[in-house]
Design a protein around this ligand. Structure first.
Ligand code: ACM
Length: 620
């Protein structure tokens, strides 16, 4: 059978293994401007590495990179000689001085065969170092080379965010640092740490120890599908975990070394079952029995807008502000059912007393009271787009997640906005393909290409309103993500697309270049650095039916060093099947069809989904 089908194939001699030959020099996120030149700069043990600001975080980072990768060169403080550095041969210069024209966070990198000159402004030097490291080709003899060229770069958005939900599942400090590491490699600068929710309170608050003694633990966890088949499946196992204040400070300091600001999220007034289980007096019905939620969704146990609640929340926020020095505190504000407030005499009287329109007005009252407390401490409040309901707090920044509508409304009211619409691929808990081969997820379909094509600036806004779009964020909710390996699988490579949306001007984006030329190399490197990721499907075919008798298919693997295996006989492709090395010329005899299936298998054994294409010459 196999022999006969094999006769349909003719193998061409051209080698299609995708050599990285990107005019953009393979950098993710793509810089504003890249001019590639001939030749390379060789890093040898004799190369001088000079800087003008040895205490700069970028210099410390690069020194650590050199040490970890076995380079013996040290970075020399050459402040006094940088004026003459233009004449130094075989030198790599890392400079902060003399760059007044650079945009905020910008850098310029000039690589000739004699010299590398990186010039950065503030964090720009750090981002330039990330680019430089991406360009270094290590070679087996202990030398390395950097391709020649000129790069000029600065971010499109000042807010380049990534979120992690540690309530639904807890991730330890070691993992958080690894998460921050990969963010920094791709020039993301804001970590949104979703610390509290119905299923667990994960941050130590000294004044209210029950928040973690009680609120950090749930009796069991739903492990079945969100709805439908196996939806009733639970693990019957106690689950808990939280960060001490020392650990939180350690994370904040670690992030700051990489120019990442950490925004804590303390959810209110909804998504607060865990806090209410710890302190029922936060609810409108303190006599009721409450528990930390064991399943997913939206819960009716919400904070009561009482003076007691505000006193406790203000105390909590005071401790939080003490741990997090950044400008923003995120107070959630999303998905707050109003049932408990409708049933509460206290709430109904409060609505009357404050002349509020209804329960939405009460939500607005709640958020505005909290905002006053944050503003009084010199901080800015950020919340999900539900904080628009009933009237926006005067200084709030809106995180638009239910599409762009909330973000557009907020920008039109001259409020700052972070775009993270779940419908545009920014929800990284959604599946990465429609395939039944994807692991269990909360649902949705947010493939790499969808996120990549997102533009956070809506056309309907005027130029002035568009300035309120401060940036973009990807969210990793963890209902169905219980392990670091799965978190990385859901994150990568989509986070690389997020980085390009956040950093790269629209004119410099190109999905074909990104997916075909750059992703394979970056995934190869991430694998070497110990990150898990999802192997994107083979490029050059898709799950479809093509009619005809004569086909030429050029397939590209999506991970450097990976192999494509395929079958044409209806069997599942595995390592023992046909190894793709050259374009396929397939002739399908009249009246027949061929079922072509392909899989990518990486050097470490990671596997892509199988793509199945029917080549149909049946004449039907
Ligand atoms: C959200 O996804 N509830 C912000």
């Amino acid at each position: 059978m196999k022999k006969i089908l094999f006769a349909f194939l003719t193998l061409l001699s051209a080698n299609t293994w995708a050599q990285v030959n990107d005019p953009g020099m393979g950098i993710i996120p793509a810089p504003v401007s890249v001019k590639r030149a001939k030749g390379v700069f060789a890093i040898t043990p004799e190369t001088s590495i000079l800087c003008d600001s040895p205490g700069h975080k970028a210099i410390k980072y690069f020194a650590e990179y050199l040490r970890k990768n076995g380079y013996t060169n040290s970075i020399v403080d050459a402040n006094t000689m940088t004026k003459n550095a233009a004449g130094v041969k075989n030198a790599l210069l890392l400079l902060t001085a003399g760059n007044p024209k650079l945009a905020p966070e910008g850098y310029e990198l000039k690589i000739s065969d004699a010299q590398v000159v990186l010039n950065g402004k503030g964090p720009g030097l750090f981002y330039g170092v990330q680019t430089l490291i991406q360009l270094i080709n290590a070679d087996k003899r202990g030398y390395a080379s950097i391709p020649c060229g000129n790069i000029s770069d600065a971010p499109r958005f000042s807010y380049r965010g990534l979120h992690l939900d540690v309530s639904r599942h807890f991730f330890n400090v070691e993992f958080i640092k690894k998460y921050l590491d990969v963010m920094a490699m791709y020039k993301l600068n804001t970590f949104h740490w979703h610390l509290t929710d119905d299923q667990g309170w994960r941050i130590e608050i000294k004044k209210y120890p029950r928040l973690t003694q009680v609120g950090a633990n749930r009796a069991q966890t739903k492990i079945g599908n969100m709805t439908g088949r196996n939806a009733d499946l639970y693990d019957n196992t106690m689950y808990g975990g939280f960060y001490t204040q020392d650990e939180v400070r350690e994370v904040v300091a670690y992030a700051a070394e990489k120019y990442i600001t950490v925004i804590p999220e303390i959810e209110m007034p909804g998504h607060s079952s865990a806090a209410i289980a710890a302190y029922p007096l936060l609810s409108c019905d303190p006599g009721k029995n409450y528990k930390v939620a064991e399943t997913w969704g939206v819960f009716k146990d919400v904070f009561c807008p009482s003076d007691t609640t505000f006193r406790i929340l203000n105390d909590i926020l005071d401790e939080v502000m003490d741990m997090f020095p950044g400008k923003y505190i995120h107070i959630g504000g999303d998905e707050c059912p109003k049932d408990a407030w409708k049933q509460s005499d206290f709430c109904q009287n409060l609505i009357k007393r404050e002349a509020l329109r209804d329960e939405n007005g009460l939500q607005s009252y709640f958020i505005q009271r909290i905002e006053r407390h944050l503003n009084a401490s010199g901080r800015a409040m950020i919340g999900w787009d539900e904080i628009l309901e009933g009237g926006l707090a005067p200084n709030a920044t809106v995180m638009s997640w239910r599409g762009e509508k909330g973000g557009i409304a907020a920008a039109q009211l001259n409020h700052d906005v972070i775009m993270t619409p779940s419908s545009a691929g920014l929800y990284l808990d959604h599946a990465q393909g429609k395939s039944r081969q994807e692991p269990l997820s909360i649902g949705g379909n947010a493939p790499l290409s969808k996120l990549y094509s997102y533009d956070p600036v809506p056309d309907v806004l005027t130029a002035d309103q568009q300035k309120h779009i401060k940036g973009v964020q990807g969210n990793l909710w963890t209902e169905y993500i219980a392990t670091p390996a799965k978190a990385e699988f859901m994150l990568l490579p989509r986070m690389l697309a997020l980085a390009e949306v956040a950093w790269t001007p629209t004119a410099a984006k190109n999905y074909d270049n990104f997916s075909r030329l750059r992703i394979p190399r970056h995934l190869g490197k991430l694998e070497a650095r110990g990150y898990n990721y999802r192997v994107p499907e083979v490029i050059g075919m898709s799950d479809t039916l093509l009619k005809g008798g004569q086909f030429k298919l050029e397939l590209t693997p999506t991970v450097e060093g990976a192999r494509i295996y395929y079958t044409i006989d209806g069997f599942t492709p595995r390592e023992t099947d046909l190894w793709y090395t050259q374009p396929l010329i397939i002739t399908v005899p009249a009246g027949r069809e061929i079922d072509l299936q392909a899989i990518i298998i990486t050097p470490a054994g990671k596997r892509s989904n199988i793509t199945e294409m029917v080549l149909d010459n049946s004449g039907k």
